[in-house]
Write a protein that binds this ligand. Structure first.
Ligand SMILES: Cc1cc2nc3c(=O)[nH]c(=O)nc-3n(C[C@H](O)[C@H](O)[C@H](O)COP(=O)(O)O)c2cc1C
Length: 206
């Protein structure tokens, strides 16, 4: 049973760009979401990420202009009343990442990629736990990192690769399956429904 419900969560999660702005995410639920991220795999178990929760109205208003939504469409910026009710900022601790250099016999290739892979694992856990809690999310990589750093006084030892926007969803995107070799896209259809194309899974056995 758990396998099926986990699969439902992992395949049913979609990025959401319209939220019930006035419906706050309870603190204990936020705690579970961040804990799921913190317990993700990380290279050499360095756990190089700290988490900042943007919860106050003033802070949410400050971060909002520093994010870009579905950048290739240009008009997906959430409207007032439909904005996220919470933002989580994963902070990558450069000092912890640097400890990878001290690991004996580490593969050079892993050294270059490890922190981004660890970030991906943590962020995937975070958005999937959010979805399991009935909360929509959008990973926003198109951010003004410098402006966020200045506005929130974030220490230089941290890099800010992305921000995760969260809130109870006001929309239910639908999936459109496309052949494995056609480039997938996303769009809003004539009825205003957000459509996400996913490539049909092809498993090549060798
Ligand atoms: C690293 C990364 C960066 C992303 N950056 C943005 C972004 O800046 N703005 C945005 O609206 N969506 C962003 N997304 C969300 C993607 O557009 C979304 O995951 C993709 O369209 C697939 O849709 P799905 O998440 O519903 O499966 C990002 C996703 C990832 C993994």
């Amino acid at each position: 049973m758990i396998a099926r419900s986990t699969h439902k969560v992992l395949t049913g999660r979609r990025s959401v760009r319209k939220f019930k702005e006035q419906e706050p995410i309870p603190e204990h639920v936020m705690g579970r979401i961040v804990k799921a991220a913190a317990f993700a795999p990380s290279a050499c178990n360095l756990q190089p990420i700290d988490y900042l929760a943007v919860t106050s109205q003033a802070s949410k208003e400050r971060i909002s202009p520093h994010l870009r939504w579905a950048t290739n469409l240009n008009d997906e910026m959430p409207k007032t009343g439909e904005r996220p009710s919470l933002y989580i900022i994963p902070l990558m601790d450069r000092e912890k990442i640097a400890r990878l250099n001290e690991v004996k016999n580490i593969d050079r290739r892993l050294l270059e990629n490890a922190h981004l892979i660890s970030l991906g694992c943590a962020v995937a856990n975070l958005v999937n736990q959010a979805h399991a809690e009935g909360i929509g999310s959008c990973i926003v990589g198109a951010i003004d990192e410098r402006a966020i750093r200045v506005d929130f006084g974030i220490a230089a030892k941290y890099s800010i690769p992305l921000v995760i926007a969260l809130g109870y969803p006001l929309e239910s995107p639908r999936i459109e399956l496309v052949a494995g070799d056609s480039p997938p896209t996303y769009y809003r259809d004539g009825n205003g429904v957000w459509v996400v194309q996913k490539r049909e899974v092809e498993i090549k056995a060798i």
